[in-house]
Design a binder for this molecule. Structure first.
Ligand code: PGA
Length: 261
């Protein structure tokens, strides 16, 4: 079971799914059914167009809102982009950064993720910094090398005292949207390596406090065994977060598996 100092954090990444009406209906149901889980952080990441409406719908609830990306600058001539300061102004609390789909389809790199991490913390937001190897990298035995490089880039501009407050997400690319989850042992091995790396780059306190989510085909059926691992503090959920029953079940089982109910 993970460290009691680290509150479980369950986040739903809706990606480019759902109309505004669908998103509002889903957020409302999750709010109504997750209201009793004060011991965990529950976060929803809708498409940016829906952020304001979802923030308003979740006001005064214990469900927070994340953006799926942002620009590194606070403001400027960057057509089509959204800044962390603007997100904070809306009432958004978290930003997912460096998701593998951003890296794969939109050219994000480690250095850019590090800059965004810095500016989201400056804006008072909590970054959810994603790392994870591809199937080819895993099969070549390069998982830890790749994850360490991504992690170092993501945390490069953060101070030791800031790192304990961010969220990391280990998402093996081969497990995202494929139905193929890393085994709890595979996930734990990488999570432990991530925590050891944070200890060496940013100190023991940062390593002890930083929360590390697992992501990649998380479902109601596998969340409990993942949460039972010492260094897994929550989940970043894609497909299964689009259905109220399955996401609420994931939250319920994660809280239960953490011994918090
Ligand atoms: P998945 O996506 O749960 O659909 O595998 C996870 C993610 O991309 O964050």
């Amino acid at each position: 079971m993970s460290n009691p100092n680290r509150r479980p954090i369950l986040a739903g990444n809706w990606k480019m799914h759902l109309t505004l009406a669908e998103g509002l209906a889903l957020a409302t149901e999750i709010r109504n059914r997750c209201g009793r889980f004060r011991q965990a952080d529950v976060v929803l990441a809708p498409v940016s167009l829906a952020l304001l409406s979802i923030v308003e719908r979740l006001a005064d609830s214990n469900v927070a809102v994340a953006a799926q990306n942002c620009h590194a600058a606070a403001k400027g001539a960057f057509t089509g982009e959204v800044s962390p300061v603007q997100l904070r102004d809306l009432g958004v609390r978290y930003v997912i950064l460096g998701h593998s789909e951003r890296r794969q389809f939109f050219g994000e790199n480690d250095e850019g993720v590090g800059k965004k991490g810095r500016s989201t913390v400056d804006a008072g937001l909590i970054p959810i910094l994603c790392v994870g190897e591809s199937l080819a990298e895993r099969e070549a035995g390069r998982t830890l090398e790749v994850v360490t490089r991504q992690l170092d880039g993501a945390l490069a501009l953060l101070l030791p005292e800031e790192v304990g407050g961010v969220v990391l997400a280990y998402e093996p690319v081969w497990a995202i949207g494929t139905g193929r989850t890393a085994t709890p042992a595979q996930a734990q091995e990488t999570h432990a390596a991530i925590r050891r790396r944070v200890a060496s780059t940013h100190g023991e306190d940062a390593a002890k406090n930083v929360r590390i989510q697992y992501g990649g085909s998380v479902k109601p059926d596998n969340i409990a065994e993942l949460m039972a691992e010492a260094d897994i503090d929550g989940a970043l959920v894609g497909g299964a977060s689009l259905d109220a029953d399955s996401f609420v079940n994931i939250v319920t089982r994660a809280v239960h598996a953490s011994g918090l109910e």
